[in-house]
Design a protein around this ligand. Structure first.
Ligand SMILES: [Zn+2]
Length: 313
């Protein structure tokens, strides 16, 4: 039976109809993440309604609806339990009631990194593996872990989700979470503009004039901008440390990296692989580092799998 999936992101909301690991159809709209969560869900629902009509699928043919959210999620009670910089009213929101009222469908809610990991595990780069760590490099840093074919959730649903807020620098700066030296303060997109200012002569860098994304850092490094080159090396080193730490914590067979910056996978992945082979307490080559395959819609696919398994993963 097909399901409806909604992937709530900070900048875009993706939604689709999924069946047996295939997208019947999918689309996306810009997120109004400063607006009300319910308004955003309604806008996504209108889009889904259009997709259902164009494929002549009736509500009674659907198995359920899944939603992924970029924050800590109680996947038993289907509640968002940590405040996120966006969708400020999400913590009080009753997703189950919304699913019933709006769609007359059972609903599951999961953290977006976990949903994407399930999508990659079942239908992408993680096929055939049972122990996987996944890291999404973007504005922030998302992460999730699968151990022995089960999602790692922990007592309070934070397990494996907070690699962006593990500290990698004793003398690091203050993070937006209140902790110091977090991986996000060393190598996530939101910190790049501020990081640039720590370099002498940064006004001369070609990065100075814009809102910086990772792609700019790599492109300008290739054009021999020295500061961009230093920043790139710093990011690669931080991601490598993150990967080694993850290997030591969870002993995965595979680490999957995703995010727009994976356009530079040919630079990033060998660097991380070398660091793991050099520093992890394992024979070199034991852990494989790859990029995601279901780049755009991993979470939508993962939600479908979770619904078909009644969320018992
Ligand atoms: Zn932090």
């Amino acid at each position: 039976m097909p399901v409806l999936s909604i992937d709530l992101g900070g900048t875009a909301i993706k939604f689709g109809i999924v069946e047996k690991g295939s997208l019947i159809d999918a689309s996306q709209i810009p997120a109004d993440a400063k607006g009300k969560l319910e308004t955003n869900l309604e806008r996504a629902s209108e889009g889904l309604q259009r997709l259902l009509s164009s494929h002549q699928i009736q509500l009674n043919q659907l198995k359920g609806i899944g939603i992924s959210f970029p924050g800590i999620v109680d996947s038993v009670q289907h509640r968002v339990i940590s405040r996120y910089v966006k969708y400020g009213d999400a913590t009080g929101f009753d997703f189950t009631a919304w699913g019933k009222q709006h769609w007359q469908l059972p609903l599951i809610l999961e953290n977006d990194a976990r949903a994407a990991l399930i999508g990659e595990w079942q239908y992408g780069a993680g096929k055939g593996y049972t122990n996987i760590g996944m890291i999404t490099l973007g504005t922030g840093l998302g992460s999730a872990v699968l151990i022995n074919g089960k999602l790692l959730r922990g007592e309070n649903f934070i397990a494996g989700n907070l690699w962006g807020h593990t500290s990698v620098n004793l003398n690091g700066g203050l993070c937006n979470c209140g902790y110091v030296g977090c991986l996000e303060t060393e190598a996530s997109a939101w910190v790049l503009k501020e990081k640039l200012k720590s370099y002498t002569g940064y006004e001369q860098s070609s990065l100075f004039v814009r809102d910086i994304v990772f792609g700019d850092v790599f492109n300008e490094a290739e054009r021999r901008d020295e500061i961009a080159n230093e920043m790139m090396k710093q990011c690669l080193h931080a991601w490598g440390i993150c990967a080694v730490n993850m290997v030591h914590a969870y002993d995965p067979q595979l680490l999957v990296f995703s995010g727009g910056v994976m356009e530079q996978a040919s630079v990033i992945l060998p660097h991380i692989q070398t660091m793991i082979d050099k520093y992890a307490w394992l024979t070199p080559g034991t852990v494989k580092v790859v990029k995601s395959e279901q780049v755009a819609y991993a979470a939508l696919l993962g939600l479908e799998y979770l619904i078909t398994k009644n969320n018992e993963i």
